[in-house]
Design a protein around this ligand. Structure first.
Ligand code: ADE
Length: 272
């Protein structure tokens, strides 16, 4: 049996996880380079929680400059089995206003400047990304939100753009017309790498703005993201605290097989 350890990656405005006890900071070395920050390892209830601010404390790494491989690698080395990504995002839906949390279950990857696999160069693997979010982990997050009285939307597609510039109006309208729900700059390749590392992944997308498509709202600015993220960081912390409090002690099998993603993924023949 594998002990369940909950990882939390905090995005813009989420650089800390209040309520954690017995905290220690650990800098774990990775062959993939420098992660965004030291890991903060502690306890929420009975559950061990490992926190990593994706952009580093002080927001030092732009989305394209984050070493996603090192981040996922050090979380794996710390024993993380289940990973919750808390991520600011823009909304393409009137009914997903700033402040709403969206438990997305699909991603569209439009990034192009990032290392997005641990494999290649001698060991080729193709993991499934058909269902990138762990349904059971997402269900637990939804239950934690309900218990805390936090309104969440279930399901949705997160478009991951390269950035760092925001979208043009034409891009924003085309993403909206395509039916995507939210947009951000960071969940890819994070979700892909988590899958390759057999870590179950789920996103809490925190809507901070309407991007630039909405006729009654000005085009997104950094100040909007900071203000909404700050106002909702408390809700995010309560949600994670409740999730951790009610988390199982042992790792559960994932219906999307994220815990066994490599079972049938490796193409390269073993060395003779
Ligand atoms: N993060 C928060 N809001 C965003 C937006 N509108 N576009 C891309 N990333 C975002």
């Amino acid at each position: 049996m594998t002990k369940a350890i909950l990882g939390v990656i905090g995005g813009s405005g989420v650089y800390d996880l209040p309520g954690m006890e017995e905290i220690r900071e650990e800098r774990i070395a990775s062959p993939w380079g420098e992660p965004s920050d030291a890991l903060r390892i502690g306890r929420l209830g009975r559950t061990t929680v490992v926190f990593l601010p994706r952009h580093g404390r002080g927001h030092r790494y732009a989305p394209s400059d984050i070493n996603y491989r090192a981040n996922i690698d050090v979380l794996k080395r710390a024993g993380v089995t289940d990973l919750v990504s808390i991520s600011a995002c823009g909304s393409f839906k009137q009914e997903l206003p700033p402040g709403r949390f969206v438990l997305v279950d699909q991603f569209v990857d439009r990034t192009y400047k990032r290392e997005s696999s641990f494999f290649g160069q001698g060991c080729v693997a193709h993991v499934s990304m058909a269902h990138p979010v762990g349904p059971r982990l997402q269900q637990r997050i939804a239950e934690a939100a309900a218990a805390e009285g936090i309104d969440v939307a279930r399901g949705g597609t997160y478009l991951c753009m390269e950035g760092p510039q925001f979208s043009s109006l034409s891009e924003s309208l085309s993403y909206k017309a395509a039916g995507y729900d939210v947009i951000g700059m960071t969940n890819m390749p994070e979700a892909k790498l988590a899958r390759e590392a057999e870590i179950t992944y789920a996103t809490v997308a925190m809507v901070t703005d309407y991007d630039c498509w909405h006729p009654e709202h000005h085009a997104v600015e950094v100040s909007d993201i900071i203000a909404v993220a700050k106002a909702n960081a408390g809700n995010a912390a309560r949600l994670v605290a409740r999730l951790a409090r009610d988390f199982p002690a042992e790792r559960e099998p994932c219906p999307a097989k994220s815990d066994r993603a490599l079972d049938h993924a490796i193409m390269t023949a073993p060395a003779a």
